[in-house]
Design a protein around this ligand. Structure first.
Ligand code: ADP
Ligand code: MG
Length: 252
């Protein structure tokens, strides 16, 4: 394992408000690394600083050996960032959008190959606004892959999706990682972090209060004597839902 991201004493202030209060963490190459925490914890701020989209106030960030302070353009070349959906021109279809973004990145990309990677080949001629929620998220993940990045950043990619689309996106993220890409992801869904993330950092009010694998965190809590009030059943309501409605995506 090789450290691909190293963040040390990162701070970010908005005026007099300190949103990120000196956090430090490393991400290993090939990891799916989760940033968890309640709203306002500072997850998106941290992500956007690493993405070179937001200036930091203090600290040091190294991405694949490049220093954020002095080599932001080198960093931009090796990362994939989810673009703001408002930038998706409503009049263009997915093929045209891929071609447009490829042009911005100065990359040669075959739109159908890229759309197939996220299972949107059938939507090549559809407009972004005609897609379902899950399809929009998959398309936005496709745009992060255009420059064949070593690291991609996903900020709440499954928020608002139905259980089928959410699972489908987990498979996509795992597939992207299996091809060697490091994934930094934020989510509010703990079940998602548990199945997807190799390690998670839990943020609260601008600080990291825990960082470990989900398994180790759970074991530590159990070792401390914690027990669930209610006995855990062998299935939960989401299992019932999936069992009844099937794994098939409904949006297509
Ligand atoms: P999270 O993604 O964990 O919900 P954010 O990084 O978006 O948290 O925000 C962290 C804190 O910083 C919040 O209190 C938020 O209101 C504040 N904040 C975020 N962006 C700005 C901004 N541009 N100006 C002022 N405050 C901001
Ligand atoms: Mg956020």
């Amino acid at each position: 394992m090789r450290t691909i991201i190293s963040v040390a004493n990162l701070t970010k202030s908005y005026g007099s408000f300190e949103a990120v209060k000196g956090i430090s963490f490393d991400v290993q190459e090939g990891e799916i690394f989760g940033l968890l925490g309640p709203n306002g914890a500072g997850k998106s701020t941290t992500l956007e600083i690493m993405e070179t989209l937001r200036p930091k106030t203090g600290g040091k960030v190294m991405i694949d050996g490049f220093d954020l302070d002095t080599q932001p353009n080198e960093i931009k070349k090796i990362i994939g960032v989810q673009l703001q959906t408002s930038g998706f021109y409503p009049g263009l279809n997915l093929t045209e959008l891929v071609e447009m973004f490829a042009g911005l990145y100065n990359q040669k990309v075959d739109p159908i190959t890229l759309l197939t990677e996220v299972n949107l080949q059938d939507k090549a001629k559809a407009k972004y606004k005609e897609l379902s929620g899950g399809q929009k998220q998959r398309f936005s993940i496709a745009t992060t892959l255009i420059n064949k990045p070593r690291i991609i950043f996903l900020d709440e990619p499954t928020t608002g999706l139905d259980p089928q689309a959410r699972r489908n996106l987990w498979d996509l993220v795992k597939r992207i990682r299996s091809e060697g890409t490091t994934v930094i992801i934020t989510t509010h869904y703990m079940d998602e972090a548990e199945v997807l993330c190799d390690r998670v950092a839990i943020m609260d009010a601008g600080t990291i209060i825990a960082i470990d694998s989900p398994d180790a965190m759970i074991d530590k809590l159990v070792d401390s004597g914690f027990e669930r009030i209610r006995e855990v059943k062998k299935a939960n309501l989401e299992d019932v839902f999936i069992q009844l409605t099937g794994h098939a995506l409904r949006e297509d």
